[in-house]
Design a protein. Structure first.
Lengths: 522, 247
């Protein structure tokens, strides 16, 4: 089944997909008078014969999540998309005699998705960079952008981007874009975000103190916010181009011709004016050539990359240990409350446990990170990850404890009591050690799983190992090489843990495995 | 010394013990016999303060537990529990502790006896029963008979006034071995009391000073062993002994 699908995909003409019903769509709803109808049918027949039944489809990729004003779900009609890139793509396809088909994708891995042939062109505020130039072809630029620094209105410290470097203030930006590469190459501390919404929200909440973003995004997300202000002039001219696979030289020529035509007809200007992003600078595009656009970018320096990954691994370790500490401790009252608390406490514990086990941890993290500030509780990303994962795993630990304690026969309590032990003594010396042996293997399992679950923290802009992998791999397109290295990092963390737990288990096991004389007395 | 007055225990309207009275002098070994399900184990559990009861009182040595004190977690209950030690039918040794650990855990933790001293005393007891060589093994490494000896020593190490044994003859029969019997006789001879619940009348006949026959949730009759076996006064006792193959 899967093989068949892959095969079919390979055989498909990859930038033309024949659409099934192009004509019917254009004749919908209105019913004109008979003569006009006849005329319409005749003209349709002509068009039909001219366009050989159907127009080919141009699949283009863009990230609609937080993607305004490039491409985003239309708030007025969430079923469909809008944005200047959306309109530009429509116009471009039409100019090429094709039909635009939008393929929503993830911004960070957009080049990889292009290579996987999920779509034929990237149209998403895509900047030509050196590293991308190794992977894709760039069309002529269709828009010139600038970068803008934004801070909080109440923050007097930052007057320019350079101030951030002087003051050692990390700058928030979108991952995998010209701004992030600029910050990196100039030696700024930066915080990578998946979308502009998160970056500006964190700026407002004080989790970061400055954000560097393309003016287009800044205009849409920050300019209207009374708490934020642009700092200094927009700078660093870059260009948006269309990204195309290396092999598709023919398509590149067509796209370039179409971009020129759209500029000549004023279609480009019309679109960007509509989004209030037009300026006279854009006129220079008519005369400039792609080669003249300044290319920004970095190549992977392996030793620096490894240092970066090591730092990220350290963050992963800290999150995992912090979260496990919370889970291990919080699991105890949950387990006790659920099995021994009164009706109400038991019900509350059950609700907690089922909530955290029944909803995805990713959703819980997003909820804590973006939801809690609404009620005035703003935590930094790493702390949110520690707490969120801790709360989540506490639910699992509580269940492990519960079964572990249930596995200790009630008679063990009786014996301890008959020897004069108080409840706390009996618990600490007799019950707990036995339950612990039962709980240890599943707890180890959970801890290893937790290590891997720290990767969900990328969603809340925590710079841990998985985030670092995506970032480095995207910058270099070396998913395989860096991926193997990252796997080694994860294994280097989880294997010693598993080994140590196994040894501890064996040590405890040597102290007898089962309760031979178990079973109820009469 | 044990005195039980009007002991009544019910669980969900089922009467397990109905107005049980019993008087046992120090230095005596009492065997409790009777068909199963008649409350013998329940009586032992009440005697060592592990099971709350509704009416009556139990006195062990100088400590008395009244019905209303048998439920609440209180100092009275803790102190009462220390008066007697129990060996359960299935022993329930602490699987995470060695033989020595099983025996010394309570003296060290509850009485605050220095560990070295507790271990010295434990080893003296282990030697008496000839299992000192097993002191560093874990319970699962021992035979059933060895486990039972450890369970007895664990209870004796707290130096209780009364030792309670629930069906000690069920599986293997270390109770028939001379050193265990000798140890219990010696324990009784020093002014302590032993209560043994057993279905084996044959075993008790040669070991217990006194026998009590328990019918449905009450003590039907109690007498010196020889007297009860030879001249049971109640027809129910007679029938039980007859079915047991004695008499």
């Amino acid at each position: 089944m899967v093989r068949g699908q892959l095969f079919g995909c390979k055989n498909a003409v990859y930038f033309f997909i024949i659409s099934n019903s192009p004509i019917e769509d254009s004749v919908n709803s209105k019913s004109p008078p008979p003569t006009k109808k006849l005329l319409l049918i005749c003209s349709l027949l002509v068009i039909n014969s001219l366009s050989a039944v159907a127009r080919p489809v141009l699949r283009w990729g863009g990230d609609p999540s937080g993607g305004a004003p490039y491409v985003f779900a239309d708030p007025a009609n969430p079923q469909s998309y809008t944005g200047f890139d959306y309109e530009f793509a429509e116009a471009l396809a039409q100019q090429m005699g094709m039909e635009a088909k939008f393929v929503p994708t993830d911004w960070e891995s957009i080049v990889a998705s292009l290579q996987r042939k999920e779509f034929e062109v990237i149209i998403d505020g895509f900047e030509p960079t050196e590293d991308r130039a190794r992977e894709v072809l760039f069309s002529k630029p269709y828009y010139l952008f600038r970068l803008q620094v934004t801070t909080r209105r109440s923050d007097p410290r930052i007057k320019s981007l350079e101030d951030c470097k002087k003051l050692g203030i990390p700058v928030g930006t979108l991952v995998n874009c010209a701004a992030s590469r600029l910050l990196e190459s100039e030696g700024y501390k930066s915080v990578g975000y998946q979308d502009p919404v998160g970056a500006y929200q964190d700026l407002e909440l004080g989790r970061v103190d400055a954000v560097l973003m393309d003016v287009a995004g800044e205009m849409f997300y920050a300019r209207q916010n009374p708490k934020l202000k642009p700092v200094g002039e927009a700078f660093h001219t870059g260009a948006y181009v269309v990204g195309i696979r290396k092999a598709d030289k023919e398509l590149l020529a067509k796209v370039n011709t179409a971009i020129d035509s759209l500029a000549d007809h004023g279609t480009t200007e019309k679109i960007f004016r509509k989004w209030q992003l037009w300026n006279d600078e854009q006129l220079s595009l008519r005369t400039s050539k792609p080669a003249e656009i300044k290319v920004t970018g970095t190549t992977l320096n392996w030793s620096e990359g490894l240092i970066k990954l090591s730092k990220a691994a350290l963050v992963t370790i800290l999150i995992a240990f912090g979260a496990m500490a919370i889970a291990v401790v919080l699991g105890v009252p949950l387990a006790l409350g659920q099995s021994n608390g009164g009706k109400i406490i038991s019900a509350l514990c059950t609700v907690y446990i089922e909530f955290f086990r029944g909803t995805p941890v990713l959703v819980q993290l997003l909820f804590l990170y973006f939801g809690l500030p609404v009620i005035g509780l703003t935590l930094p990303g790493w702390l949110t990850a520690v707490i969120g994962l801790g709360l989540n795993y506490a639910a699992y630990e509580s269940q492990i404890y519960r079964t572990a304690f249930q596995s200790v026969p009630a008679r063990q309590w009786h014996v301890a009591y008959s020897l004069g032990m108080r409840p706390v003594q009996a618990f600490r010396r007799i019950i707990f050690p036995q339950a612990f042996r039962v709980a240890l293997p599943p707890m180890t399992n959970d801890f290893v799983a937790l290590f891997k679950d720290t990767s969900t923290a990328f969603a809340i802009a925590v710079w841990e190992l998985a985030t670092a992998y995506r970032e480095l791999a995207n910058a270099t397109q070396s998913y395989l090489g860096i991926g193997l290295v990252v796997c080694c990092y994860y294994l280097a963390m989880s294997l010693p843990l598993a080994h140590y737990a196994h040894r501890l288990e064996r040590k405890l096991q040597r102290k007898s495995t089962g309760i031979i004389s178990s079973g109820a007395d009469k | 010394m044990i005195t039980i007055k009007g002991l009544t225990k019910t669980i969900e309207s089922t009467t397990l013990l109905n107005n049980v009275n019993l008087e046992l002098a120090p230095g005596r070994i009492l065997g409790v016999i009777g068909p199963s399900g008649n409350g013998k184990t329940t009586l032992l559990m009440c005697l060592c303060g592990l099971l709350p009861f509704e009416k009556g009182s139990i006195t062990v040595g100088d400590r008395t537990l009244r019905a209303e004190q048998s439920e609440a977690r209180s100092e009275t209950l803790w102190m009462f529990r220390k008066k007697s030690g129990i060996v359960f039918q299935h022993l329930h040794l602490f699987p995470h502790l060695t033989v020595l650990g099983n025996i010394t855990e309570a003296p060290v933790q509850v009485n605050g006896t220095p560990k070295a001293e507790a271990e010295r005393e434990a080893r003296a007891l282990l030697e008496k029963l000839g299992i000192d060589q097993h002191r560093n093994k874990f319970p699962e490494e021992l035979s059933g008979g060895e486990q039972q000896r450890v369970a007895i020593l664990r209870a004796l190490a707290m130096n209780p006034e009364v030792l309670l044994l629930d069906e000690p003859t069920s599986a293997l029969d270390p109770m028939r071995s001379d050193d265990v019997r000798h140890l219990l006789k010696e324990f009784a001879a020093t002014g302590h009391t032993v209560v043994i619940v057993s279905h084996s009348v044959r075993f008790l006949s040669g070991f217990a000073d006194q026998l009590a026959f328990m019918g449905r949730s009450e003590i039907i009759e109690m007498n010196d062993t020889k007297e009860l076996l030879e001249n049971p006064s109640d027809p129910r006792t007679r029938e039980f002994l007859h079915r047991s193959g004695l008499n």
